[in-house]
Design a binder for this molecule. Structure first.
Ligand SMILES: Cc1ncc(COP(=O)(O)O)c(C=O)c1O
Length: 473
């Protein structure tokens, strides 16, 4: 029996808390009393299997004892000291990222800690602009890089741009002034619905040298903005909110392009880092990739405490070392979150979280492909580790989506017909939390340490939910 007065909590929550995504009257709050491994435990003691991994950010699983202990020990030593001072935790966390985790990759040099993912993107873009003394940054369709003013300028999924769906359903308001501030958009490597009208892998034959048309077009767009004005290109290794797994040629070809053009590459690893794709960082799945600047957050502490980081290569680190950079945020390098990160990294290393996640993904991917065989509403299964994209379609041959606006939707109107919501509701009947951000696409993944029995439970729930979905359309 819970000691918490959940009725009181409900009343305070209704009265005093600003809600996100839904208006107050639509809000169906789930009251979570505790968390454990891959589970949330609600106010009635019911255990929910979490295949959202919250926001794909609890990479080690919930409440790892070593991390909990490290946080307790750190709070015994510190209240707070700001970034001008040095703590052993901050120095060790930076050393671990550069040496122990990225050491053999030959590019990472120094780390600056931030407050989270969006803040990392702010700092990374600021560094790129300072270093190059250029303003423009290339982003891509379907990208998500955060909601703060700089980060949102690189975010191109309309539903993620802080917009508000107003009282008259069907109308979505952009925040006035929240424009694309010095960024411009290039095509996404979204082969299933290529905005350039190509089909993969045949598109590799379009150009004699095998360059993908989306990469060629990216170069053309950058050149047409005048490459001398372009500081960097920013990419997610796989698209988290946009939920797209790029083809294997894409990142290596972007690397060739950016080297040729002499622009910087910001790799946004906020969601795909820390084992999520079965490698320490998502870009490592694509071979010998060397970003100039990398952003991270979420899995750095397995979200036990809020933290982000920006990692830069040697030439950028040298530049930063030689300027007086007037840049601080009160909480950057806060000793307690970086202590959590040190313990979390030790745990991930000791338990080979990327290796575990890679194997789990091999099994889970096979099970998803078996579901694809059985269910005609699945048009595509793609992914790795604990990040999977499952496209839901009315017609597999024509790829007709259930919701025509697909990734351009702003979440206006009746959401009850979104296939991902129908699947989410049916999976919830089986005690599994699983769904997606864009209306036709399931985005699935548990922690990197997920167990086989839990993957089976998620697959069974999806089987049940897909069967239901197919009776509804
Ligand atoms: C790729 C990417 N960048 C940035 C962010 C923003 O991170 P945060 O929500 O911690 O600000 C996210 C969040 O999901 C993300 O997926």
């Amino acid at each position: 029996m819970s000691k918490i007065d959940w009725k009181q909590v409900e009343q305070w929550n209704n009265e005093y808390v600003i809600k996100c995504f839904l208006k107050q009257s639509e809000y169906g709050t789930m009251f979570i009393e505790s968390t454990e491994g891959d589970y949330l435990i609600d106010a009635d003691g019911k255990r929910w299997l979490d295949f959202y991994n919250q926001l794909y950010c609890v990479n080690a699983g919930q409440k790892v004892p070593e991390v909990q202990q490290a946080i307790k020990d750190a709070t015994d030593r510190y209240g707070f000291v700001w970034d001008i001072y040095t703590t052993d935790y901050k120095a060790e966390a930076a050393k671990m990222i550069v040496k122990d985790i990225l050491g053999d990759k030959g590019w990472a040099s120094q780390v600056r800690f931030t407050l989270g993912g969006g803040d990392s993107v702010e700092v990374a873009s600021l560094i790129a602009r300072l270093y190059t003394n250029k303003n423009l940054i290339a982003t891509r369709e379907h990208a998500y890089h955060g909601v703060s003013s700089g980060a949102v300028s690189f975010t191109t999924t309309p539903a993620s741009r802080n917009n508000a769906v107003t009282e008259e359903y069907g109308k979505s308001l952009e925040v006035p002034g929240a424009d694309f501030q010095g960024s411009f958009m290039c095509p996404a490597p979204f082969c299933y619905r290529c905005s350039l009208g190509h089909t993969y892998p045949e598109c590799k034959c379009v150009h004699a040298d095998g360059t993908l048309p989306c990469v060629k077009q990216t170069e053309a767009v950058i050149r047409s903005h005048n490459v001398n004005r372009v500081a960097a290109i920013i990419t997610e290794p796989a698209f988290g909110a946009g939920t797209i797994m790029p083809p294997k040629e894409y990142l290596p070809q972007i690397q060739d392009m950016k080297n040729r053009l002499g622009i910087l590459w910001i790799m946004d690893e906020v969601l795909m880092g820390w084992g999520r794709l079965g490698e320490w960082f998502g870009h490592q799945l694509y071979g010998d990739i060397k970003p100039d600047i990398m952003t991270t957050a979420k899995g750095i502490s397995s979200s036990s405490l809020p933290l982000g980081a920006v990692i830069v290569n040697e030439k950028v680190a040298k530049f930063l070392a030689e300027i007086r950079w007037n840049h601080v945020s009160t909480f950057s390098g806060h000793p307690i979150p970086v202590a959590a990160a040190v313990a979390n990294m030790k745990y991930l290393i000791k338990n080979d979280a990327p290796g575990h996640c890679k194997k789990a993904g091999e099994y889970f991917g096979q099970e998803l492909l078996a579901l694809e065989e059985k269910h005609s509403s699945i048009g595509l299964v793609a992914g790795a580790g604990m990040f999977w994209q499952v496209e839901l379609v009315k017609n597999r041959e024509t790829k007709e989506p259930f919701i025509a606006d697909d990734r351009y939707l702003t979440f206006a109107g009746d959401q009850s017909k979104y296939p991902v919501h129908i699947i989410a509701d049916k999976c919830a009947e089986k005690g599994v939390l699983l769904g997606g951000f864009v209306p036709n696409t399931l985005r699935i993944g548990a922690s990197c340490m997920v167990e086989k029995a839990d993957m089976d439970k998620a697959i069974n729930a999806m089987d049940y939910a897909l069967t239901y979905l197919e009776t509804q359309f």
